[in-house]
Design a protein. Structure first.
Lengths: 260, 323
């Protein structure tokens, strides 16, 4: 365990060092991400300053939904950024060099490339999230714990999804489109699931499951989550993770190590 | 140390049907046999040259032995482990250097990869320092280990790749084309290093190379593989003894010849003053040599074995004709 933490730290340090080799790129990408965040933030704010409520949630609560989505999305990208760089490793066969190292390959291909841009952005997102949660009110110590627990649940689900993408990468060399689909779908979770009509709402909440990842933690925070849905979220996450790991093992057996 | 029994590896490749729709909905696959029931054993401290044409199955075998690929059939045991299980204790005892692949941190100086490998292989501080110094000296790369890897020449990169792979003193070293693309000086430096390293640390080495001279200079034992089947497994000297059918007489002359003696034209020869090269059957040597020496004024005469490349080419050709 100690070795894994040390390796995680080293991979992260080297990833940040590598990113800073192109300083202009760091500045431009950070600005781009901030711009996207601010534009959507203004959109939500403007929309609700006119309508006052969105699917029964007031402006502060809606912003908490958006900020929770942003935080989970940001943490997912921060932790699992290396997945987006997996395809070249497969196509060139360089993944073979990782498989012969005495650590779990996930140390390198899943969490081995902390994105420095997202690290920078985590701080303002956290400050804003805490500020708007306080402003929205309506939570207790227990619901706050449930909220944090469900965010962790969402991150595990995000990890399971990324493991699935890695497996797909080995089996088909397809990574980019799968991650794009994931990102497009997860973006639907930037607003409460309640705004979508049935059956789309149930589909997005429980099947795909953007709702479990993005909306349900906030519902837990505001104390409007039933225990059944809470347990379903956790069970879904565990089953999805086990499924992803099983597919990963099968994919490794079919790895062909191209490129000589 | 390495035991391979009845090893089979097949790859599936898609077959194009001519219809895009059918290729998407009902894609058909063809099975390609990369390894066809091969068996061999390698003992401790052996340096084995693994040779064969492209696609023969050399790299596939090494990738199975290092746990990268999953074998379709058969059994492999390396240091008592099943490689594909990827036990960390096993992986800490092997290294795989691939001439065409980069295992270094591309954007950062080589020294950063060395420090990373120190943690990966849990090498103690003192041992790491001593080992690094030794490797850096042996490979003469002190001047560029602080440069980003992306700025190194191919020869320099291969040297730092070797250091990164050997810092943890692996018991088994897999070398896949370590000198590919290198100039003759870099190639010679790597070969010299490998020879010295193996004799010093008694590491078991499996080497593939298309440069037969590399194999000849390093390996005592040869495993020849073609179309996934082993066609020779034995000592290099035995290969030369059993399969070399010709000798090359190399004559350096004092004066240019006005006309080549008539009997020489019956043999394969090449003449450019001052050198005359005649290739003859091994069995004819005692008969032909006195004749040659009588008929030309020579300065020096040497008799060489047939080049290893030619012997190997002949074996492959013979094998392909018979099958």
């Amino acid at each position: 365990m100690k070795k894994n933490f040390k390796l995680f730290w080293l991979f992260s340090t080297y990833s940040i060092k590598s990113a800073f080799q192109q300083r202009l790129g760091v500045v431009l990408f950070t600005l781009g991400k901030l711009l996207r965040f601010v534009v959507f933030f203004i959109f939500v704010y403007q929309l609700l300053s006119k309508t006052r409520f969105l699917a029964g949630y007031n402006i502060n609560q809606t912003i908490v939904f958006y900020l929770t989505y942003t935080m989970i999305d940001n943490l997912g990208q921060l932790l699992f950024r290396e997945v987006y760089r997996f395809r070249p490793l497969i196509v060139s066969g360089d993944f073979s060099g990782i498989l012969i190292k005495p650590y779990h390959p996930f140390m390198r291909i899943l969490i081995g490339g902390i994105d420095v841009l997202d690290v920078i952005l985590t701080l303002p997102y956290t400050i804003l999230l805490v500020y708007f949660i306080q402003k929205a009110g309506g939570f207790t110590f227990l619901t706050a714990i449930i909220y944090i627990g469900l965010i962790i649940n969402s991150l595990v689900l995000t990890m399971a999804f990324h493991i699935l993408v890695l497996s797909l990468g080995i089996l088909t060399t397809e990574v980019d489109h799968a991650t794009l689909i994931y990102r497009d779908l997860s973006r639907m979770g930037s607003v409460p699931m309640d705004i979508y009509k049935e059956p789309l709402r149930t589909l997005l909440t429980f099947v795909i499951p953007i709702g479990i990842m993005m909306s349900i933690p906030v519902k837990g925070l505001f104390g409007i989550l039933t225990w059944n849905v809470f347990l379903y979220s956790v069970a879904f996450c565990i089953i999805f993770l086990i499924g992803s790991l099983t597919i990963w093992k099968k994919a490794l057996m079919r790895y062909q190590s191209w490129g000589g | 140390m390495i035991t391979v029994k009845d090893l089979v590896k097949t790859y599936e490749t898609p077959i194009k049907s001519g219809s895009i729709l059918r290729d998407i909905i009902d894609r058909q696959y063809k099975k390609n046999i990369a390894l066809n029931h091969i068996s061999f054993e390698i003992d401790e401290n052996e340096f084995v040259g693994f040779i064969g044409p492209n696609g023969a199955g050399k790299t596939t075998t090494m990738k199975i032995l290092s746990g990268i690929l999953y074998p379709t059939e058969g059994s492999t045991k390396v240091l008592g482990y099943t490689p594909f299980e990827k036990n960390n204790k096993f992986l800490k005892q092997i290294a795989f250097v691939m001439g065409q692949k980069n295992q270094m941190l591309w954007e950062l100086p080589a020294i950063d990869t060395f420090y990373l490998n120190k943690e990966i292989y849990e090498i103690g501080d003192a041992s790491f320092k001593q080992r690094l110094q030794e490797m850096v000296e042996l490979l003469a790369c002190e001047s560029f280990i602080d440069q980003p890897v992306k700025t190194l020449s191919l020869g320099q990169r291969m040297r730092v790749e070797l250091i990164a792979s050997l810092l943890h003193k692996p018991k088994i070293l897999f070398l896949d084309e370590p000198t590919i693309g290198l100039d003759i000086f870099a190639q010679a430096a790597i070969i010299k290093f490998l020879k010295e390293y193996q004799s010093r640390y008694k590491t078991t080495v499996m080497l593939t190379s298309h440069y037969m001279q590399d194999v000849q200079r390093l390996a005592k034992r040869i495993i020849m593989i073609d179309h996934g089947t082993i066609i020779f497994d034995g000592m290099l000297k035995d290969l030369i003894r059993d399969y070399s059918e010709e000798k090359i007489i190399n004559i350096i002359m004092d004066e240019p010849l006005e006309k080549l003696p008539a009997f020489i034209s019956h043999y394969r020869h090449a003449y450019t003053f001052p050198q005359l090269k005649i290739t003859i059957q091994k069995s004819q040597l005692h008969k032909i040599l006195p004749q040659i020496l009588e008929s030309v004024a020579y300065n020096d005469v040497t008799i060489e074995d047939e080049h290893i490349e030619d012997i190997i080419k002949k074996i492959f050709k013979k094998k392909n004709t018979s099958s």
